[in-house]
Design a protein around this ligand. Structure first.
Ligand code: ATP
Ligand code: MG
Length: 425
């Protein structure tokens, strides 16, 4: 038997309502905030990710799915959405457009990781990118979109943490201080962090290994090296969040794994997720557009992981979608009339279904129940003779005869009653 690849999952029909609900909620909130959907390719030239995400990050060092194209050029399955969106922004000269350039995307991402709950090799993200606005209000807008969206999904135990990463000059001033400190505690650090000292020393600060945490307790603080401009920006962000009532914790250890962030960095975690507790993260990346060959355009964005959201979201928030009408036709003539009726209902916009394998009334009713139909139309050869159909309410079991003519419009009227409101389209 051929099986799916390790760390890559099928989404079966039972799970689809949950996923669609999450995606629809994301789209709805993004649109409310003036973000428009962008769809960028699933694979790009490897250089794009290497140049933007950073050579010393986990993603580029060990997680990318990179392969040679037939002409030998190196391609990579996208590990995240920002790089491709920035490439598209530059390639289509969107900086020249005076309208706000605020994009959202959703789709699969690929990282070669050790698969476990909430960590897959093909996973899905929903993300937004806001280009062109250096004003800290853009940071607040993006963070509040993230917070409102996750709150609307009723995710339990959410915490928003934020940190100020400063400008690259600030970090350049800070790095030698940090490196000197890390060298003094080198033997207490995990192998990964020992390697990071030269390549990506800031990452040591948010290593999850307890020994690394305690070894870096007294590390010099980035906050002490920040320029007044960086401090001002961050103060506006925190004030903005307070003014719209979004709760946050300051976390001086929060350093995003990607190189391109500056100033505001943030992450939302969920206490119900165990080890993989990050739901989403983002930050400001003012230098990236220029770094990838575009004009100097400031930007800020986030991405959330849909698998982790799907794991945490309570069942109660999902409205089940079921066919509203089941057509139970039995008898030679009746099956023909029933199929025509099925088609008419569907064309009229009413979800309707029939199981063509069922030949008895009993078998049909069982399937109608399993499918969660609101009403079943019973059609036998007798009814056809009389020009009627029997309508059965599947909840109350009440039945009544209706004329076959105008059946579709009378059903449409009935489906507008409050009783069927949750199913209205
Ligand atoms: P983590 O620390 O869990 O590895 P990350 O910093 O690599 O996360 P980001 O690159 O910020 O994650 O991606 C944003 C979100 O995408 C994460 O918060 C998480 O919800 C989700 N995510 C990242 N990697 C995976 C994965 N391999 N499987 C499922 N979801 C993922
Ligand atoms: Mg990761």
């Amino acid at each position: 038997m051929i099986k799916a690849i390790k760390g890559v999952k099928d989404l079966l029909p039972e799970e689809s309502p949950r996923w669609r609900f999450i995606e629809d909620t994301g789209r709805r909130w993004a649109q409310r905030y003036g973000f428009q959907e962008i769809r960028v390719p699933i694979f790009e030239t490897t250089m794009l990710f290497a140049r933007s995400i950073g050579a010393t990050t986990d993603i580029v060092e060990k997680e990318m799915y990179t392969f040679a194209d037939r002409d030998g050029s190196s391609l990579t399955l996208r590990p995240e959405g920002t790089a491709g969106t920035v490439r598209a922004f530059i390639e289509h000269n969107r900086a020249a457009d005076p309208r706000p350039q605020k994009f959202y995307y959703t789709g699969p991402m690929f990282r070669h990781e050790r698969p476990q709950a909430g960590r897959l090799r093909q996973f899905h993200q929903f993300g937004v990118e806001s280009f062109g606005i250096a004003n800290p209000r853009a940071d607040v807008e993006v963070i509040s979109l993230l917070w409102r969206l996750l709150s609307d999904l009723s995710l339990p135990g959410l915490t928003l943490e934020i940190n100020n990463l400063g400008y690259s000059d600030d970090r350049a001033r800070y790095k030698p201080l940090l490196v000197a400190f890390l060298k003094s505690v080198e033997t207490r650090l995990c192998a990964n962090c020992q390697r990071r000292i030269e390549g990506n020393p800031l990452r040591v600060l948010d290593c999850k290994v307890p020994d690394c945490r305690s070894a870096t307790e007294d590390a010099p603080r980035l906050a002490d090296s920040l320029s007044p401009a960086a401090r001002d920006h961050f103060a506006c962000v925190t004030a903005g969040l307070q003014s719209v009532g979004i709760p946050f914790d300051l976390n001086p250890r929060l350093v995003r794994g990607l190189d391109y962030y500056c100033l505001t960095a943030f992450e939302v975690t969920c206490s119900h997720l165990g080890a993989q507790n990050a739901v989403g993260a983002g930050g400001r990346y003012d230098g990236l557009v220029e770094q990838l060959g575009g004009p100097a355009v400031p930007a800020v964005g986030f991405a959330v992981g849909l698998e982790r959201i799907a794991l945490m979201m309570p069942d109660a928030v999902i409205v089940p979608s079921a066919p509203r009408i089941y057509v139970a036709a039995f008898g030679t003539k009746a099956v023909d009339v029933g199929c025509a009726l099925l088609d008419e209902l569907r064309q009229a916009g009413v979800p309707a279904d029939m199981d063509f394998r069922s030949t008895s009334l009993k078998a049909h009713l069982r399937q109608a129940d399993r499918l969660g139909a609101l009403y079943t139309i019973l059609l036998g050869d007798d009814e056809i003779e009389k020009g009627t159909a029997t309508l059965r309410n599947m909840q109350t079991k009440a039945q009544e005869d209706l004329p076959l003519r105008d059946l579709v419009s009378s059903l449409q009227g009935r489906l507008r009653t409050p009783e069927s409101a949750p199913f209205s389209s």
